[in-house]
Write a protein that binds this ligand. Structure first.
Ligand SMILES: Cc1ncc(COP(=O)(O)O)c(C=O)c1O
Length: 401
């Protein structure tokens, strides 16, 4: 047997969910950039600043103290208390009371929080509605759980992406268990208004659906005096079935740490603890100590990241707006998602751009229905790199025209 035939034979013996899990369309383009000197990679979903030193030191001190043993599944009390206090600061309490620490469960990343949330609400064969373009890991995780992601495209308009609730309502079927709401959205930047959120909650109450709420980028607000973008926290009552998934990755430059959390009604705590038990059995305690310190002392570090992203957003918005054939809605989170007129294969376009201009973009096709013809760039990065990448792209586009 040659090696590819043997790979096929091996894969035929895998479970169907594993065998059919899609490869990342972003990784496919990144392969063209591996080993290229001088490429400016804007395809990634992370900033380029390392984790603040005080957070790293807290982890090192904890390890040095010998905190290297198993810990309680839902997370150490210090971190659960810290999450409750952090949410109190942001939202001024929940249902007229301080947030209880028992609503918070520490997970090994936002990605794992998403996986657990899906497992909590969907059985194999069930459906979860995903407005698209969306971060591809979400629909893929639904598929890996044996459920089906029903993609409902947002409507693009340069004035702003729009979620049409009639489209969502039309996609609800007898097996639909949940609606995924990612606001601000990766990749589109769509940010739900208070009216959107009120209508979403009302629809899910009426149609008996869970909401999986991903507000991972909510602290990246621009030009607002509130500390977050509009949140479902301000729209729910105790009976609403909402699972919030979140992460330390973006706010405190901790992508490589893999620490996140789920916020859920306390009543389902035992089920969450079991799913954590059978996945990772908890997050390393020294990482949890560091995460707790990020919450309690990380506001100024977070403000600096937001300021840097704001500068980046202004650079890329101004530069791309001047390129003929490029259109985009106001960016959000730390992504700008733009369309290039006439592009029908964004993967091929992004691969050629790498080879000819040394700029790395994520192809819109990777983000599901409604994404083809678009490109995502992350602007939470060095302003000089952003200016240079935009200049290279503008120049390449003018040569192409
Ligand atoms: C919308 C969204 N949710 C969740 C995550 C998960 O973050 P992590 O797994 O790094 O904690 C990401 C990461 O890119 C994201 O973009």
């Amino acid at each position: 047997m040659n090696s590819s035939a043997s790979a096929v034979a091996w894969c035929e013996r895998l479970g169907s969910a594993a065998a059919s899990a899609p490869a990342s369309g972003i990784a496919e383009v990144m392969r063209h950039g591996f080993g290229r000197n001088g490429i400016i990679p804007l395809w990634v979903g992370e900033g380029d600043e390392p984790t603040p030193a005080f957070i790293c030191e807290t982890a090192a001190e904890s390890m040095a103290r010998g905190e290297t043993f198993y810990m309680p599944q839902p997370g150490i009390q210090q971190l659960r208390d810290g999450l409750a206090a952090y949410h109190d600061r942001l939202y001024g309490g929940l249902f007229g009371e301080p947030f209880p620490a028992d609503r918070f469960y520490v997970t090994g990343s936002g990605m794992q929080a998403i996986q657990i949330a899906i497992r909590l609400v969907a059985d194999p064969g069930d459906e979860v509605i995903v407005p698209t373009p969306a971060w591809p890991n979400f629909p893929a995780a639904v598929g890996v759980a044996g459920a089906k992601a029903c993609q409902v495209p947002l409507r693009f308009d340069p004035a702003g992406w729009r979620l049409d609730l009639d489209d969502i309502a039309a996609a609800i079927g007898p097996r639909t268990k949940a609606l995924f709401i990612n606001s601000p959205s990766n990749p589109t930047g769509w940010t739900a208004t208070e009216a959107d959120l009120a209508a979403i909650v009302e629809l899910c109450r009426r149609r008996d659906l869970w909401i999986i709420a991903d507000e991972v980028y909510s602290r990246f607000t621009y030009g607002s005096d509130r500390p977050t973008t509009p949140s479902l926290h301000d729209h729910i009552v105790p009976d609403d079935r909402v699972l919030f998934v979140n992460t330390f990755s973006k706010n405190w430059a901790m992508t490589g740490w893999r620490v996140g959390w789920i916020e859920a009604p306390e009543a389902i705590g035992p089920a969450i603890e079991n799913l954590i038990q059978y996945a990772t059995s908890g997050v390393a305690v020294f990482m949890q100590r560091a995460a707790a310190r990020a919450l309690s002392e990380g506001e100024s570090a977070l403000s600096s990241l937001i300021d840097r992203a704001r500068i980046g957003r202004d650079i890329v918005s101004t530069a791309l707006a001047a390129i003929p054939g490029v259109s985009f809605a106001p960016p959000g989170g730390f992504y700008l998602f733009f369309r290039v007129d006439g592009v029908s294969n964004s993967t091929e376009f992004a691969a050629t751009l790498i080879k000819e201009a040394d700029v790395g973009l994520a192809p819109g096709s990777a983000f599901g229905a409604g994404g083809e013809g678009f490109f995502r760039l992350c602007f939470a990065r060095n302003p000089d790199d952003l200016s240079e990448a935009c200049a290279r792209f503008a120049n390449w586009m003018s040569r192409r025209a």
